[in-house]
Design a binder for this molecule. Structure first.
Ligand code: PEP
Ligand code: MG
Length: 881
């Protein structure tokens, strides 16, 4: 086993493809050195395999010898020696994992300095520079390698500044730095019990081990958990000769992008500083100069750098970012990688690179270069500079940013909005009684509830930013308290980032989403790639939502939640009357009232989706979402404020109250309990379709039954639907094809999909309920459990965000297989929230589903992710230009 490779090593494959072994940084350093022969300070990479071996069984026995060999070659190549008293070699030791983990692991610079070599460095540069480098190295090494707390180093430096009456470190004179070096060494010895190691080889081993260990630091682990990076990959370590941008005015350092990473505009972009080190650029203390001004200050270097950037972009066929240093007028490339970019830049660059004659990526590659987050960024507003205090973190329930005054009650939120205020609705959880407040809010914040709780589903459906399940917040009726004791009163400003799940105190600036023209181009290519392979529909319940979904590219409606039509304030009482009615006449009267509004709603939806399939789900209200709360009614009663019909309502509400409403009288069970209900809905739908036909429309209707557990249930309700369709068509002498399907959202339905398929023309997987029932996690109460499960690594991802492939996914796979055994080619889609999650989309495509359906604002992401899924499965060649 080889543990160490020089940057110049000739690998059998392109080093840039060896990220798993060399880490991202090491792979690109090797590519620049061995393939492109660019001026890279020489060095070597200790592989991720070595790190994994170290984590399993400690320092590999033969590693030291390999490192020593590479150090000797480095010394020969550079003509300098580690620790030499004259012109010593200094190296940097940096982590570099296969996936970028910015700032999560450790770096040691200026390694090789000791009491002798600092003199050598001083002789070659100047004394102040050498002593300052030594001081920095001691502090860095002490902190990172020897676990000495950082503050005492800082305190000593600060004291030096005060004593010398200077403002910046750069003004501390050499004598004082010399004294600091002594104090730093004493500090290290006092803390570790041994003197600071003068032997550079000991220093090097310590630094490499520290980088290995930093892979397992709590912040690195937390970062990996957030980003879904496995814990057992390990990091590579890069040891590289140091070059100094802060030697003199013929030196400098900077960062360059091959294109503008924020707009995507072509041409090199970046900034640099004369006579400075990388950390000065990053620290932002000195004002950097734009790259263009290098043309005046360092004309030859500027020409060379421009040439290198073009060469790199042509070679990698993508926008790159690079760090470079100029030492005594000579250019060195310190690293390169594919550059991070904003959503707008990602779209522009993807399209531009298909047209660039020297690069010409294919359309499929262009589609692959754009990530779902990029689309979120251009579609939704984003928070500007985030400098405000973080109040809490919750689940990233609906992307985009919202800034507004906190209101803790829907009615008061509406009043404030009517006064012209921007509001954020803050509730422990939301219910249908809050939707008018949600409708006027910029965003929604809850402390309970998971990613498919009411607040999350409704907010996503409307494209409103939301953070849910921020359970560290104690949300009361008129204020909330954060974990650190901060109290937010009604009317105080708060800001949310729904893509990150973060909540800030105060009014942060907002950057509006801005959709560039390339958005449509890239999504058009994505559609070509997925055409005939994976469809994308929307979950939409009203005409305007359906119209928006269509604009965003939906190819139909995969789920029209008819109960959402009933949530509007004027309809809720009628629905309640229907649910609570205990005599048939009352029920019929309520149903008749609902028929009119429902028909009108359906007409609007069918018009918006004319010619495309609309899957209407018959009513599925978990009763608790529709009934007034018994507690509230009791309070009103005690205060004597119960309205005249209230007493009956209270009695009925008590009667229907359930301990587990999510497992209660909902879905098809409610349809069976209220026999007239489904017939009314079918009548409304068919009449709406006939009205659409009468004005030249082409309605396409699919009816589906929710929460089915067995064939007899579906047989019975299917018969009702068929009878009602036939009756209405006969009454109007109409013609209309209606197909009838089953939702698969109970584990039993998935397992007995072979039976259920006998009475189903299609399946639609309701993975929200299927997840709830398979894992036994209540959708509405899961937040605190999930938080600790994710933190402790008991679950890798939130199963309501990304489908639990080995559990719920098995059930879906079983249902696909058994359903199609009964009916080959049975059409199947998914309409749970997972239908908008890229990872789940790829999984469902792999199982052979025909379409996914998600909230309207998620449709572009689903179109892109569906194309990625097809490409990931080796498809999409036809779309290449
Ligand atoms: C589901 O359960 O996945 C589903 C789509 O239905 P709902 O979220 O309305 O329960
Ligand atoms: Mg459901």
């Amino acid at each position: 086993m080889t543990w160490v490779y020089g940057f110049a090593h000739r690998h059998s494959r392109a080093p840039r493809d060896l990220k798993a072994l060399l880490g991202g940084k090491g792979a690109n350093l090797a590519e620049m050195t061995s393939v492109l022969a660019l001026p890279v300070p020489p060095g070597f990479t200790i592989t991720t395999e070595a790190c994994r071996a170290y984590m399993l069984g400690g320092w590999p026995g033969d590693l030291t010898a390999e490192i020593d060999g590479h150090v000797r070659s480095l010394e020969r190549f550079m003509g300098r020696r580690l620790g030499a008293t004259e012109d010593p070699l200094l190296v940097s030791v940096r982590s570099g994992a296969a996936f970028s983990m910015p700032g999560m692991m450790d770096t040691v610079l200026d390694l090789g300095l000791n009491d002798d070599s600092v003199m050598g460095l001083a002789a070659g540069t100047d004394e102040r520079f050498a002593l300052d480098s030594y001081r920095r190295f001691l502090a860095m090494y002490g902190r990172i390698v020897l676990d000495v707390p950082g503050e005492p180093f800082d305190d000593l430096l600060e004291q030096a500044r005060i004593d010398e009456g200077v403002r910046t470190d750069a003004e501390v004179p050499a004598e004082r730095l010399d004294e600091l070096v002594g104090r730093y060494k004493e500090l290290i010895e006092a803390h570790t019990g041994s003197p600071f190691p003068q032997d550079p080889h000991v220093q090097l081993r310590g630094a490499i081990e520290a980088v290995f260990r930093s892979w397992d630091s709590p912040r690195a682990r937390a970062y990996r958990r957030r980003e879904g990076i496995a814990d057992d990959l390990g990091t590579a370590v890069n040891v590289q000769s140091m070059v100094f941008g802060n030697r003199d005015d013929q030196s400098g350092t900077g960062v360059a992008f091959t294109r503008d990473p924020s707009t995507g505009a072509s041409g090199a972009y970046g900034d640099f500083l004369v006579n400075a080190q990388g950390e000065d650029v990053v620290a932002g203390i000195r004002t950097t100069l734009p790259l263009d001004s290098m043309a005046d200050l360092f004309p030859a270097v500027h020409t060379e750098l421009t040439f290198i950037l073009e060469r790199l972009e042509r070679h990698y066929r993508d926008m790159l970012d690079c760090e470079f240093t100029i030492e005594h007028g000579r250019l060195w490339m310190l690293q390169t990688r594919v550059g991070k970019r904003t959503g707008a830049a990602a779209l522009r660059i993807a399209v531009a690179l298909t047209e660039d004659p020297t690069i010409r990526i294919s359309r499929a590659e262009a589609v692959q270069r754009v990530r779902p987050e990029h689309l979120d960024q251009v579609l939704h507003p984003q928070l500007g500079d985030v400098k405000a205090p973080l109040l809490a973190t919750g689940l990233p329930a609906s992307p985009g940013a919202a800034v507004g005054h906190a209101y803790f009650d829907a009615d008061r939120a509406v009043e404030a909005a009517e006064r012209g205020e921007r509001v954020v609705l803050v509730r422990q959880e939301t219910s249908p009684e809050d939707v008018h407040g949600m409708a006027v809010a910029q965003g929604v914040l809850t402390s309970r509830g998971g990613l498919v709780s009411h607040a999350a589903v409704v907010a996503r459906g409307w494209g409103k930013p939301a953070v849910c399940g921020a359970e560290s917040l104690n949300i009361g009726p008129t204020s909330m308290t954060a974990a650190d004791g901060t109290v937010v009163a009604e009317g105080d400003w708060i800001s949310l980032d729904g893509a990150r799940g973060t909540v800030f105190l105060g009014e942060l600036s907002l950057k509006e989403g801005n959709v560039p023209g390339e958005f449509g181009i890239v999504l058009g290519w994505a559609d070509e790639i997925r055409a005939g392979r994976l469809g994308v529909r929307a979950n939409a319940d009203t005409g305007p939502d359906a119209a928006r979904a269509r604009e965003l590219g939906a190819e139909g409606i995969g789920l029209c939640r008819t109960e959402h039509m009933f949530l509007q304030e004027d309809r809720l009482p009628v629905v309640r009357r229907m649910i609570l009615a205990d005599d048939p006449d009352e029920e019929l009267a309520a149903l008749a009232e609902l028929l009119d509004v429902q028909r009108a709603d359906f007409e609007e939806v069918l018009e918006a989706m004319d010619g495309l399939p609309v899957t209407v789900r018959l009513l599925d209200p978990p009763l608790h979402e529709f009934l007034p709360s018994v507690e509230e009614l009791i309070v009103l009663d005690a205060r004597g404020e119960l309205p005249p019909e209230g007493q009956a309502m209270l009695t009925a509400a008590r009667h229907w109250q359930e301990q587990n409403p999510m497992l209660g009288l909902r879905g098809v069970r409610l349809g069976i309990a209220k026999a007239g209900l489904y017939r009314m809905q079918v009548r409304a739908l068919v009449e709406a379709a006939l009205r659409r036909q009468a004005v030249g429309g082409r309605p396409v209707i699919e009816i589906m039954i929710p929460l089915v557990i067995n064939l007899p249930e579906l047989d019975l309700t299917r018969r009702w639907v068929e009878e009602e369709v036939a009756t209405v068509l006969a009454e109007h002498d109409g013609r209309l094809d209606v197909i009838i399907g089953s939702m698969i959202e109970t584990p039993r339905a998935a397992i007995r999909a072979d039976d259920i398929a006998q009475a189903a023309d299609f399946f639609s997987f309701g993975t929200n309920d299927l997840t709830q029932m398979t894992l036994g996690f209540s959708r509405d109460d899961v937040a605190p459990i999930l938080e600790s499960y994710l933190e402790q690594g008991l679950l890798g991802v939130d199963p309501f965000k990304s489908v639990d492939q080995r559990g719920v996914g098995e059930l879906v796979a079983t249902a696909v297989e058994r359903g199609r055994t009964t009916k080959p080619g049975l059409k199947m889609g998914v309409c749970g929230e997972h239908g908008g999650d890229p990872e789940s989309i790829a999984f469902f495509f792999g199982l052979g589903l025909d379409y996914v359906s998600c909230s309207p604002f998620r449709v572009p992401v689903a179109r892109l992710a569906a194309a990625h899924a097809v490409l990931g499965a080796g498809g999409g060649v036809a779309a290449d230009a």
